[in-house]
Design a binder for this molecule. Sequence first.
Ligand SMILES: Nc1nc2c(ncn2[C@@H]2O[C@H](COP(=O)(O)OP(=O)(O)OP(=O)(O)O)[C@@H](O)[C@H]2O)c(=O)[nH]1
Ligand SMILES: [Mg+2]
Length: 319
Amino acid sequence: MGAMSVRTPSSKPSEAPHRAGFACFVGRPNAGKSTLTNALVGQKVAITANQPQTTRHTVRGIVHRPDAQLILVDTPGLHKPRTLLGQRLNDIVRTTWAEVDVIGFCLPANEKLGPGDRFIAKELASIKKTPKIAIVTKTDLVDSKTLAEQLIAIDQLGKELGFEWAEIVPVSAVADQQVDLLADLLVPLLPEGPALYPEGDLTDEPEQVMIAELIREAALEGVRDELPHSIAVVVEEMLPREDRPADKPLLDIHAFVYIERPSQKGIIIGPKGARLKQVGIKSRKQIEALLGTPVFLDLHVKVAKDWQRDPRQLRKLGF
Ligand SMILES: Nc1nc2c(ncn2[C@@H]2O[C@H](COP(=O)(O)OP(=O)(O)OP(=O)(O)O)[C@@H](O)[C@H]2O)c(=O)[nH]1
Ligand SMILES: [Mg+2]
């Protein structure tokens, strides 16, 4: 210590700059994109189901960290479209790619790479400037040998198409393996900047849309074949019940469950209305948890003939 000694203004180690930006999850239908989004956010912001094409619109889930804000854009699975709805879903996905800072390509560990994956990878190859991370999902379902083979196949796929993956990361959203690591790898690929959403916001989905989605998720459970694709849900009205004491509020929610054909009505409603009642009970619990208030849920089933192919009906249903 002498005359020349200097005091450093702060003894903190050099801090990394704050980052904020968008990561988009793409992949085939059923690849695990929405489940992974929920796992990263730490709360359910997107519905999931063991059926392809569950997600129908872009859901933004927000991950808050001291060093970064990561906005996850969960898109529908990209597939060969058979209806106008299918085409619209693919358009949603492609539009999103142009807007994000990093793309996460989800490939399930338990399914060999197929034509659907190659189709998406080829499209990704044409987006030169955006870094692409390959995410091997559902690793809890395979042994280490199968996983290793999948990692090699994915690396190879990138080489064939003339690009390098920024990373190849195996994760399991269900078993919570490497989900935090994935966030750690995404963050450095975001631009420097302040947070884009207020602290505490987990999504920017409107309440009404989230409620409709929770009802659709409950309605999807156990239905098969073409029926899942035929279901659409719209919340028509949400009103606080009048004449309720302040400490015992009740929210009335009226929603329509749309199907495409009169013959589907019986399946959705079930014998003596039993199935629809279950859908109501299940979704009401989730809605109450979401809103933090007791809810009276009134569900009606309506036929909107072939709505997936009808531009006017699609618009009415929000596509
Ligand atoms: N075992 C296991 N199952 C998973 C995992 N992630 C997702 N799944 C299951 O895979 C199915 C599809 O998951 P989703 O998250 O809905 O898939 P998605 O890619 O969003 O599907 P679309 O919205 O239809 O494109 C669901 O039944 C999930 O429970 C995982 O890490 N492990
Ligand atoms: Mg989904």
